[in-house]
Structures are given as C-alpha cells and as structure tokens.
Design a protein around this ligand. Sequence first.
Ligand code: NAD
Ligand code: G6P
Ligand code: MN
Length: 462
Amino acid sequence: MIITLCGGGSTFTPGIVKSIALRADELEVDEIRLYDINEERQRKIGVLVDWILHEDLGLDIKLTVTTDKAEAFTDASFIFAQMRVGGYAMREQDEKIPLRHGCVGQETCGCGGLAYGMRTIFPMVELIDDVEKYARKDYWILNYSNPAAIVSEACRVLRPNARIINICDMPIAIIDVVAAALGVSKKDIVYDYFGLNHFGWFTSIEVKGEEVLPKLREYIHEHQIFMPEAFLKDKGALIKSNKYEEKKDGEDGEKNRHLKGSWYYVWKGVYEIMELFPEYLPNTYLNYYLQQKEFVEHSDPSRTRANEVEETREKNLFEGIDRYEKTGEIDESVFYAGSHGDWIADLAIALKNDTGARFLVITQNRGAIPNMPYDAMVEVPAYIGKKGPEVIAQDPIPLFQQGLMMQQLNSEKLLVEGAIEGSYEKVLQSFTLNKTVPSMTVAKEVLDDMIEANKDFWPELK
Ligand code: NAD
Ligand code: G6P
Ligand code: MN
C-alpha cells in the first residue's frame, strides 16, 4: 500500500506523515512517497520525515522522496495533495493587491482566493491526469490544496470521473476549540454543518447526545473571543509565534500566534458574528464576508498573514531541520502533528476499509441541501465508504445563509468558467459578484493588477 504526498515540501507534511504512521496498521501502509516540484525544499522535509518514520517511531515503512512523476505515482493507492501554486510569494500578492484597493486580501477568500484559484485549477487537473496514468485504478486523491472550493468545482467540471475528495481542516479545528472551551473530549462531539468551503455554519453540536450550542453561545458572549487557553497548549511551532521575535519583545516564549496578528481578529470575529447572528456557530472564514470593511481597517497592507506564516510556521520548521542536520538534535515542536493530519489519515481509513464513518467533506450537493443547486460543491457531512462520500439529506437552509452562499457559489463558478474559456468578462463578473468587492470598477482595478502579478501562472484572458 503506497501513499504519495503531492506537495511533499509542504510545512504540513511532517504532521501528516506522523498521523499516517500512527495508523500504519489500519492503513497497511508499506511505502510513503513525497513528490514536489521544488527538490531542495522537499529534500529538507524528507530528512525530518525519515526521522519520524525510522528514528522516532521505528517503523518498517519505505520512504521515497522524488520529483519524478512516474516514481511518485506508480501503483499508489492514495495521493494526499497539498500544493501551494506560486508559493508564499504569490500568497503575499493575493493578500496585498486587494488591500491596496480597499478590499479584503486573503489566501482563499475574496479576490485573493479567486486569484489563487486561477493559479491552481490547471496544476490540479494535471495532477489528476498523472495519477490516472500511473496510480492504481482505485486510487483516491484526498485534496487539501487551496482554494478547495474553486479546486473542487474545477475538478467536477473538467474531470467529473476523477476519484478526488476535497477537504478542509478549519471545521475540525473549530471543533477542537469547542472541545477546549467546554472542557470535553472531541471524540464525544457530533455536529451538523452546512456551507461551501470556508463559508459555512455549525447548526448543531452535541456532546454525548446533549445539544451544547446554548452553552457555547454563553461561553463566547462572556469571553468576547472564541479562543480558550486550553486550545493553545501543545500545538507546537506550527501555530506558535516566532521564538526570536518574542525574545526581543520579552513576551512569553509559548505565546501563540492565534492570539496576536491577523489570527486574533479571526477568533474575535466569531464573537462579533455571534452577537448579531447567534443561531449558528459560524466558520471563522465568514469574517471576511461579513466584516469586510472592518478587515480592511485593521489590516496592514505591508504585512499580511503570508508574512506572519513565513516568520513562524515556515521559519521555525526549516530552522529546526537545519539544526537537526547540523547537530543531530531534534525539536519536535517545530512541526505540528494533530487534527490536520489525523483528519486526512482517518478519511483514508474510511475509504480503504469501507467503514461508513461520517466526515465533513466538500462534495456535490446532490440534493443534500434542498434549496441549493444539485451540482453545487458544498461542504456537508457524508458517510464515507469505498465508493466515496454518500451525502446526508438536510432541511432547507434559511434565506440569509442561502443568499450568501449563492452569491459566493456563483462568483466561484464564474471564475472556473472564465478560466476554462479564457474569458476576461466572466472573471470580471466573478470578482464583481464577490461580496468582498464594493463595485465593478474596483473589481476591474484589482483584476487588472492580479493579471499582471500572475502572468507566469494564469491562463490568458481575452
Ligand atoms: P507550502 O508552500 O509550505 O507547501 C506547498 C508545497 O507545494 C511546496 O513545497 C511547493 O513546492 C509545492 N508545490 C507547488 N506547486 C506544486 C505542483 N504543481 N506540484 C507539486 N507540488 C507543488 O504550503 P503550506 O502552507 O504547507 O500549504 C500547502 C497547501 O495546503 C496550500 O494550498 C494550503 O492552502 C493548503 N492547506 C489547506 C488546508 C485546508 O483546510 N484545505 C489546510 C492547510 C493547508
Ligand atoms: C485553516 C484553513 C486552511 C488554510 C489555513 C491557513 O487551516 O482550513 O484552508 O490553509 O487555515 O493557515 P495559515 O496559518 O497558513 O494562514
Ligand atoms: Mn480550509
């Protein structure tokens, strides 16, 4: 059984490998392969992965690190994809260009997300074609590569028969926060949810059969932020602030970057949304659509999340690997093993062993949300067996959420159509329709700057 990680040089690779390795028996995994287009970056991650598999856990799992597609995908059963097309340099553009025009600048939301989507559609299609060529016929691609909403819509349109499931770790991270806030085990939590990716709501959260949304509302109202101290413990350098910067500040070395910088507003925003719309627990990403003006006001256009990530997760990890190569000493806190890796590895177990376990996935609606289109790629709970996701029927959703979702869905669909047809007008419609953009003129200004910045990545638009 072979699992290939595409985007092997990702900062998330060590954590995912650890989750796979801890489930080696259920997955019956013989070999893990890392594939990336950046050889040196992936080589370094490979050094750490080798340590995890062979030194730390002492497992008999073969490790292959390659930039050759045939070597990467031949006979693979699972491909876990996590590519960042254009890297952090282009993420920075996605965040900074819209801000210059007074619009939300974010990795996956608003114009930044649309731009990142335009870069990622065709590399993802290429991945599917490579996997179809080399991998086992019953392969599954489990995709984390963002923007997952646009990637999933593009794959549905361009490769409808591909065995790909798109997933997101934000809802499960929110469930980790819920568990910490209420002092319960996440294993005891069962939830209902509807939405698009990075655009959804928890409608029910039960702990051992008890509905806890009322308690949660109280908790959030009282604390005026949704980030309990208990969540911040044991998370590792992935979400820790930069150690050196903290020493300068004289701050607590363990202080978490979720309590300062841009993430602070994310968790604060959950409180702010709940104060006005308390019925459901919102996905944190709704902040960018419901507080677009406030986001722009508290953002620094010269220092965005991309800079924060480069100075924390990225820096801590690669410095940790350099130190290991020089001294042989490892600091496990430089990588984060937890929900992100557990989620994808558990999903693979459900597919492989046909368990029928319930997972939140991004999948075709097929009537699950009766008042959303049949073909919409929605994020909903589904039962997972060897044939893939089987969606679970829900009641119609309220007009407020449905209206927001339709606007976002159509913005994303227009982007995909624009990319496929090379249509400037459709992409301009996509930008104009997005709730983060105040007028068609602003949409055009942002789009024209995006075309310039993305000339090495985007298809030509006419
Ligand atoms: P990263 O830049 O650290 O790693 C991405 C890797 O992908 C790099 O090593 C890069 O060289 C490689 N890559 C780029 N284009 C590629 C291609 N065409 N083929 C193969 N490899 C390619 O980024 P990261 O912060 O670790 O995030 C990785 C991806 O996972 C991003 O798309 C990010 O948005 C996504 N992500 C998604 C979720 C989710 O909830 N869906 C959660 C976390 C991260
Ligand atoms: C969450 C989301 C991901 C996103 C990540 C960004 O995990 O679900 O889709 O990639 O946050 O985190 P970062 O620290 O890179 O901004
Ligand atoms: Mn996500």
